[in-house]
Design a protein around this ligand. Structure first.
Ligand SMILES: NC(=O)c1ccc[n+]([C@@H]2O[C@H](COP(=O)([O-])OP(=O)(O)OC[C@H]3O[C@@H](n4cnc5c(N)ncnc54)[C@H](O)[C@@H]3O)[C@@H](O)[C@H]2O)c1
Length: 173
């Protein structure tokens, strides 16, 4: 959740107090949660932790603004804490990088409608829906994924590995 995005601040005109708060809410909160849970010893052995992220952590999507940095931060915490929790209690920590999805948060991104359609046209399987994402999360909580940890898992219908699609090429022919 980015304060700068909410306030309509452009990436090259960020308010740094807002940015601190955005990092705190969208990334450091993940560390706080894991650290508190570990100290209170609430995790079972082989527990599974999942956070949701977006490919703007790796590639530039200009309107995602400072959330790109927040997601990169979040993914890094998943890797680092995944190491410690794995060593200590065989707990796995992963992030799922989801397709654009029509939710309250998703629709807060400028030009989301056009972007949603673009991602759908690029991805060989189309955009993954919210329900598909929920199913993937359930799988990550199951015993079938006990050895998967410290990963950023793309759940995006193939978007992340596709350069261009026939549908998009046809628009430029
Ligand atoms: N929607 C997308 O296109 C998309 C794509 C990839 C990843 N994600 C990620 O998925 C996750 C869930 O988002 P969503 O799309 O389901 O949106 P959503 O708006 O349905 O859910 C966001 C939730 O965050 C809560 N929230 C907001 N600010 C908060 C705060 N300061 N403290 C505590 N809770 C707060 C809201 O109450 C809401 O329940 C987010 O991390 C988002 O970045 C979304």
């Amino acid at each position: 959740m980015s304060i700068n995005v909410r306030k309509g601040k452009a990436y090259n005109d960020l308010d740094y107090d807002h940015m601190h708060k955005s990092m705190d809410i969208s990334a450091m909160s993940f560390h706080r949660l894991l650290q508190s849970a570990e100290k209170l010893d609430v995790f079972n052995e082989h527990a599974s932790v999942v956070a949701l992220t977006y490919i703007a952590a790796q590639r530039v999507f200009p309107d995602y603004n400072e959330m790109a940095e927040a997601k990169a931060f979040l993914e890094s915490i998943a890797r680092s804490y995944g190491y410690h929790l794995g060593k200590n209690k065989k707990i796995r920590v992963n992030t799922i990088s989801q397709s654009p999805t029509k939710t309250t948060a998703g629709s807060g991104i400028k030009g989301f409608g056009a972007f949603y359609n673009y991602a759908d046209a690029i991805s060989p399987l189309g955009n993954a829906t919210a329900e598909d994402c929920a199913n993937y999360c359930v799988m990550m909580f199951s015993d079938y994924t006990r050895m998967v940890t410290m990963q950023n898992l793309f759940h995006d219908g193939g978007f992340s590995n596709t350069g261009v699609s026939k549908e998009v090429m046809e628009k430029f022919a």
